[in-house]
Design a protein around this ligand. Structure first.
Ligand code: GUN
Length: 295
């Protein structure tokens, strides 16, 4: 039987509409308009496209947004000054600094300079630590988007074996912690796998839920998947395609065509996890403006 396709694009639309309605209510009651700041350094086309989509989504939901764009020659000191201004600006509820940054700027230093109360990306160690302890925090966008998908498709997670493929600080590592936490979605038995894992296929074949976040197109093939498993594909890989208008096509980490018939639930690329990440950022920004995480 073919898998149920998890429609991230539709789900993100639904969440954004829920947020829009809540913001409308807040404004009618004289409350604060949520305000997101976004910093973009340089002219990387992928980063520009992500930032555009984030700012557009803010507008759709009735948020205020402030986009600060600077050329890649900006010094680290200048960027840290911009961050200080955003930290001190009472109208800005939360802000993000789009990554990657130019090589001469230390990303760790930049992340640490952001006030955890305004860190709606959830990248600051304070937010990571709070997340790991199950305390209120801003959850990183991709793992939070995946939790929303599991919740809204009512996918059972308790006692299930989840195999996370990839140990990045923004996806694999937090995802493995969140799914092991005592909550729903959560209560999973989690295996975190990576490039040094021996016999990865043996691990994924035991999984009720696979989170693929490695950045290699078609890496997860049908023989690596158990019948009926839930497959979440985080990969956004650009592969050359002369027939495509832009000269490339987006491919996930999962061989969707062949895995689809074996899985229980599966996310497509594009239109799966990707759109959910922007919805997560809006959720965090709204929580920041309502002072739900820190007061
Ligand atoms: N670059 C790729 N993904 C992200 C993200 O979620 N936040 C920021 N700030 N930069 C990114």
């Amino acid at each position: 039987m073919a898998a149920t396709i998890i429609d991230g694009k539709q789900l993100a639309k639904t969440i954004k509409e829920e947020i829009r309605q809540e913001v409308e209510r807040i404004k009618l009651q004289g409350g604060k308009t949520p305000h997101l700041g976004a910093v973009l350094i340089g002219d990387d086309p992928a980063s520009q496209s992500y930032i555009r989509s984030k700012v557009r989504s803010c507008e759709q939901c009735g948020f205020a947004s402030t986009l600060i764009q600077k050329p890649s020659i900006i010094t680290e000191y200048q960027l840290l000054s911009i961050i200080k201004e955003l930290n001190d600006d009472d109208d800005i509820d939360g802000f993000i600094v789009q990554l990657p940054l130019p090589e001469h700027i230390d990303e760790e230093k930049v992340t640490l300079a952001i006030d955890p109360k305004k860190d709606v990306d959830g990248f600051h160690p304070v937010n990571f630590g709070r997340m790991a302890l199950g305390l209120p925090s801003y959850l990183p966008a991709t793992p939070n988007g995946i939790l929303e998908m599991l919740k809204r498709y009512k996918i059972e997670t308790s006692g299930k074996h989840c195999v996370v493929v990839g140990r990045s600080n923004i996806v694999g590592k937090p995802m493995s912690i969140l799914l092991a936490n005592k909550s729903y979605p959560g209560n999973c038995t989690v295996t975190l796998t990576h490039s040094r894992t021996q016999d990865l296929a043996a691990e994924t074949r035991r999984a009720d839920i696979i989170i693929a976040a490695i950045g290699i197109p078609n890496f997860i093939t049908a023989d690596m998947v158990k019948e009926g498993a839930t497959i979440i594909d985080v990969g956004i890989n650009r592969v050359d395609d002369v027939t495509a208008k832009r000269g490339y096509r987006l491919k996930g980490d999962v061989d969707f065509e062949n895995v689809q018939s074996k899985a229980g639930f599966i996310t497509p690329v594009p239109g799966g996890v990707g759109p959910m990440t922007v919805a997560s950022l809006l959720i965090n920004t709204l929580r920041a403006s309502k002072k739900e995480v820190y007061d």
